[in-house]
Design a protein around this ligand. Structure first.
Ligand code: AMP
Length: 304
């Protein structure tokens, strides 16, 4: 496994790989897994999928300052390069790209990539500028690596929708592969930020996966509820947990994130849109967690 800290060295490595493959009459298939490090089983699942579908797997680890708001956790975001590299090696990664902030942004950035509409909702509403930071850094990574496929977790469902929209709008020549949410045995969605939680907060945070799962069971079980009732029930369940402080509870079509008719039955909206995202962001102490469930009309895979 090679570890690169500069764009030029990584590009050189990829170029020689592509030339070698071409000499054998093949096109080198490259998979990219962008992350902010402090890797866990969720990241590992993306790496495994990338490993299975490509000749060469590139993992990027970069805590991207421009996607953090002024009062967010950039300074305390957890890092452990040594452990990350061991996990990457174990998953058969070919190249790790770990640039410094100066390498990615040698001077203050004057160009940004911004996706409209999709980014003003859900996390975009509570984290202004966040998605511009994401799409800008992801564009840079796509240009540097020029992957055939890039892997993103459904844990960040809005991110999947936003990046897929950017790829379509700007003709990036690659496929976005969404990957399912990986959870702890008790249901908590894996996140690098889970380390911030106290034992008590971690226990309280189980309300998210439990209440989302309940809603999923209700809808798939054919229970007649309107979209509004579903949202109210979910909100009430989460509010029943004293340590939970709701940022948002949203129900929207996926991947368009179009608002639904609140007074229509959930199942009829599901028939209309094919896929509905139920997403929550909730603070436990100082830690903001997100979780979601993607409900599909016929249990089909969703193409973004
Ligand atoms: P992050 O390092 O948090 O920016 O995440 C990097 C990638 O891993 C993103 O595409 C995330 O959606 C994905 N990811 C993070 N947590 C999970 C999880 N629990 N299950 C699946 N994918 C995840």
């Amino acid at each position: 496994m090679k570890v690169f800290t500069t764009t030029s060295e990584l590009k050189e490595f990829l170029k020689s790989g592509r030339i070698a493959a071409m000499k054998e009459g093949k096109e080198l298939q490259v998979g990219l897994v962008p992350t902010m490090g402090y890797l866990h089983e969720g990241h590992a699942s993306l790496l495994r999928k990338a490993r299975a579908q490509n000749d060469l797997v590139v993992l990027s680890i970069f805590v991207n300052p421009i996607q953090f708001g002024p009062n967010e956790d950039l300074d305390r975001y957890p890092r452990d390069a040594e452990r990350d590299l061991a996990l990457a090696e174990h998953e058969g990664v070919d190249a790790v790209f770990m640039p410094s902030v100066e390498e990615m942004y040698p001077q203050p950035i004057k160009t940004k990539v911004a996706v409209e509409e999709l980014t003003s909702k859900l996390c975009g509403a509570s984290r202004p500028g966040h998605f511009d930071g994401v799409t800008t850094v992801v564009s840079k990574l796509f240009h540097i690596v020029a992957p055939n496929r890039a892997y993103f977790g459904q844990k960040d469902a809005q991110q999947v929708a936003v990046v897929a929209q950017m790829v379509k709008d700007l003709n990036f020549d690659l496929e976005i592969i969404p990957c399912p949410i990986v959870r702890e045995n008790d249901g908590l969605a894996l996140s690098s930020r889970n380390v911030y939680l106290s034992a008590e907060e971690r226990q309280a945070a189980l309300i998210l996966s439990r209440s989302l799962k309940q809603l999923e069971a209700d809808v798939y079980g054919g229970k007649e509820v309107t979209v509004l009732e579903a949202r109210q029930q979910l909100t009430q369940k989460i509010e029943s947990e004293p340590l939970a402080e709701i940022d948002y509870v949203e129900i929207a079509a996926f991947p368009s994130l179009t608002a639904l008719q609140l007074t229509n039955s959930f199942n009829s909206e599901l028939e209309v849109f094919g896929a509905i995202l139920v997403a929550v962001a909730v603070k436990f102490g100082t830690t903001r967690l997100i979780d979601n469930v993607l409900l599909t009309g016929k249990g089909e895979a969703i193409h973004v």
